[in-house]
Design a protein around this ligand. Structure first.
Ligand code: NAD
Length: 491
């Protein structure tokens, strides 16, 4: 049984704007009536007051997810697949509304927001195809005494915690595989961007997801709300995307009930350019790796290492491209770089840039904030950056490209690996053997080889070192929502 999606699931023409908690298929206010403001980063003005979930609301959401768990797990894979496919179709139909909503609450420029909707919707389509491909294993024990049967079952009630930088895609990257696997869930979105997550809940409901399977709990007091859920024994899985700092806290919290965890944490991506690289391609790749989402991406190139003979030319050309970018409100057509998410983000970026300039770096482009209301930062290129500068150690999370030159392959690899993070690395070279050799030596979960974009719903996304545990996307992404069961059969 698949419920055909209504033509206009929201009953509205232009906007999608749900502002209550979404529990058990109902929009409900917070138990204590609390609300919090969501701001438009382009102006700093309030755009909505959203219900502020409490720890008691969180337990109500667990009640709903737990009540729905057995029947959703028993729903035929084909039916789950068709519901996910309907959600993909609905997101595609509503793509422009969703892109505007993302741009409104997150600040990103509309082309980035449209790209996010396409990427986010693809997780529903890809996992609709994966839902019916559940595989098991049958082998004979080496002794010959019995057979070994292995199969996978949904892990159960999941808590999904997402960041503000991709408010749709980080939600669908978790919800798609969790739904396909047969899990029920409570999504706790970032408090800067709860509106997109609520719109996702509406889309899933309109696509036929039964009440209680997906619950969305906006909450400003994230610590209390998530902790309450992680201490409820009915919760079996935490999937978190966010900073390494918060990830560490949640790993400790999850330890109390030994909750299964997946952690997609911070990054500090090196972008390595060898002198034999196609420089035009390297500049194009750098613009994507650095400026997608105005640099507010865990995959954003954070440190540029360029071989000495081409370092000056690379810096000059990158600075010229960065200076030409149109900065403005994300929702305005023609804008290429929107504001950052909030004032704290601007202050952090500026303090890293100022520290670098005080340490002897030079700005070939940008270096400060434009004089306008809202949370803007100028696209910036820095050269002569001191190798120990904090800007090379911390996630910048903004439109800033620090460039350092290197002399040989060993030095490039050493500098690229000199970080506690290990999410993604980018390498540009015209020598395939070198590309593969360097790729093997890089401590990262993902490598872009002559390519500035690695994210793909069909690929296992994730990091090593302090960038995380587990993989999202691809076949591995669904296994992260399943337990492996083995049966010893005497036959
Ligand atoms: P954050 O860690 O501040 O917040 C992430 C989520 O955790 C939000 O929903 C937030 O409300 C919640 N949270 C914060 N404190 C909490 C606590 N004590 N207990 C429970 N929940 C808590 O991160 P952010 O600022 O929203 O996002 C930016 C970070 O996310 C960057 O570090 C970025 O690299 C990372 N990120 C990683 C990936 C990835 O796939 N590896 C993808 C996107 C973003």
């Amino acid at each position: 049984m698949t419920t055909p999606p209504p033509a206009d699931p929201y009953g509205k023409e232009d906007t999608i704007m749900l502002t209550e908690l979404y529990i058990g298929g109902q929009a409900v206010p917070a138990g204590d009536g609390g609300r919090f403001d969501v701001l438009d980063p382009a102006t700093g003005q309030v755009i909505a007051a959203v219900a502020d979930g409490t720890a008691d609301d969180a337990i109500s959401a667990v009640d709903a997810a737990h009540a729905a768990a057995a029947s959703w797990a028993a729903t035929a894979p084909r039916e789950r697949a068709e519901i996910l496919r309907a959600a993909f179709e609905l997101m595609t139909e509503r793509a422009e509304d969703l892109a505007r909503l993302i741009s409104l609450e997150n600040g990103k420029a509309l082309p980035d927001a449209r790209g996010e909707v396409t990427y986010a919707a693809e997780f529903f389509r890809w996992y609709s195809e994966e839902a019916v491909r559940g595989a098991g294993q049958l082998t004979t024990a080496p002794s010959g005494a019995n057979r070994i049967v292995v199969f996978h079952q949904p892990v159960g009630v999941c808590v999904l915690v997402t960041p503000w930088n991709f408010p749709a895609a980080m939600a669908t990257r978790k919800m798609g595989p969790a739904l396909a696997a047969g899990c029920t869930m409570i999504l706790k979105p970032a408090s800067d961007t709860p509106l997109t997550a609520l719109a996702m809940a509406e889309i899933l409901s309109a696509a036929g997801v039964p009440p209680g399977v997906v619950n969305v709990l906006p909450a400003r007091r994230s610590g209390a709300v998530v902790s309450a859920m992680l201490h409820d024994p009915r919760v079996r899985k935490l999937s978190f995307t966010g900073s390494t700092e918060v990830g560490r806290v949640l790993l400790r919290e999850a330890a109390d009930q030994v909750v299964n965890t997946s952690m997609e944490l911070g990054g500090n991506a090196p972008f390595v350019v060898f002198a034999d690289a196609d420089l035009d391609a390297a500049i194009e790749g750098a613009m994507i790796a650095k400026m997608r989402n105005a640099g507010e991406a865990c995959t954003a190139a954070n440190r540029f290492y360029v071989e000495a003979p081409v370092a000056d030319e690379f810096a000059r050309r990158l600075a010229s491209r960065m200076s030409a970018l149109v900065v403005g409100p994300g929702t305005e057509e023609g804008t290429q770089v929107g504001p950052l998410v909030n004032q704290d983000a601007v202050d952090k970026v500026h303090s890293l840039v100022r520290g670098s300039l005080e340490g002897g770096a030079k700005a070939l482009a940008g270096g400060g904030r434009p004089d306008r209301p809202g949370f803007y930062y100028d696209p910036t290129v820095l050269v002569n950056v001191h190798p120990d500068a904090p800007i090379l150690r911390e996630e910048v999370f903004g439109p800033v490209a620090p460039i350092v030159s290197f002399d040989d392959e060993d030095e490039a690899v050493r500098m690229a690996n000199d970080t506690e993070f290990g999410l993604v690395s980018y390498v540009y070279t015209g020598d395939l053997a070198r590309g593969l050799r360097v790729t093997e030596r890089l401590e990262a979960g993902m490598v872009g080889l002559n390519r500035g974009l690695v994210s793909d719903p069909a690929a296992p996304f994730g990091g090593v070192k302090q960038s995380g545990i587990g993989r999202e996307g691809g076949h591995e992404g669904m296994l992260d929502y399943m337990e492996t069961k083995y049966v010893a059969v005497d036959w």
